[in-house]
Design a protein around this ligand. Structure first.
Ligand SMILES: Cc1ncc(C[n+]2csc(CCOP(=O)(O)OP(=O)(O)O)c2C)c(N)n1
Ligand code: SF4
Ligand SMILES: [Mg+2]
Length: 199
């Protein structure tokens, strides 16, 4: 008989009070991740969640895994250090469209270029949520926000692409909308299987 305990989604929940707004899509993402880690039988002592700053970046508090709530835009750099120090760890970056593509855009590009086998979840709500509504690199052109009262003039980065399809290297990406647990869970499959080229 195996002495390995089968973990349940609730085993990945921390004792911290979740402070996202009622109805926020972030709930379905965290529920999906917890369900998926349990379904995949991932040992939680191997999991490290690294985030930057933003509503989405509160994620590591709510997970009963190892984790680090970093500084704005630097989750990829911190996660790269963790992964390089111990390649056996299952290292996740939790970031937002502001955190990962504005202030952290440069780190995002270089962690993809280095291809150190991180699992990156970018919560794309097309706005800076935590700071109450400034436009981000994924805000649709023309969108009125607190910092673009006449409509954003910028071309936006689209999912899986840089502006107008140029830019970010393709290192095994998956995307989905935070409308259902099952839908987000399916994303884990491609990410789990992806191994960096040449390793
Ligand atoms: C150095 C620094 N600059 C600015 C801020 C303010 N700030 C906090 S979160 C944030 C944007 C977060 O947006 P996003 O990553 O999209 O996260 P969301 O809240 O939408 O999940 C900003 C600008 C900060 N905390 N630190
Ligand atoms: S401000 Fe937006 S992103 Fe932040 S918790 Fe509320 S609904 Fe979610
Ligand atoms: Mg955002």
């Amino acid at each position: 008989m195996s002495d390995v305990q089968q973990l349940k989604p609730k085993d990945f929940k921390s004792d911290q009070e979740v402070r996202w707004c009622p109805g926020c899509g972030d709930y379905s993402i965290i529920n999906s991740v917890q369900a998926t880690l349990a379904a995949c039988g991932v040992p939680k002592e191997n999991v490290v969640m690294v985030s930057g700053i933003g509503c989405s970046s509160r994620f590591p508090y709510y997970m009963d895994t190892y984790g680090l709530h970093g500084i704005h835009g630097r989750a990829n750099a911190i996660a790269t250090g963790v992964k390089v120090a111990n390649p056996e760890l299952d290292v996740w970056v939790i970031t937002g469209d502001g955190d990962g593509l504005s202030i952290g855009g440069n780190h995002m590009i270089h962690s993809l270029r280095r291809n150190v086998n991180l699992k990156i979840i970018l919560f794309n709500n097309e706005i800076y949520g935590l700071t109450k509504g400034q436009y981000s690199p994924t805000t649709p052109q023309g969108q009125k926000t607190k910092t673009s009262p006449f409509g954003s003039v910028d071309l936006r980065c689209r999912e899986g692409q840089g502006p107008e399809g140029r830019g970010l290297p393709d290192q095994g990406r998956a995307r989905g909308r935070s409308v259902g647990v099952e839908r987000v869970q399916r994303l884990r499959g491609p990410c789990l299987r992806h191994e960096p080229a040449g390793q």
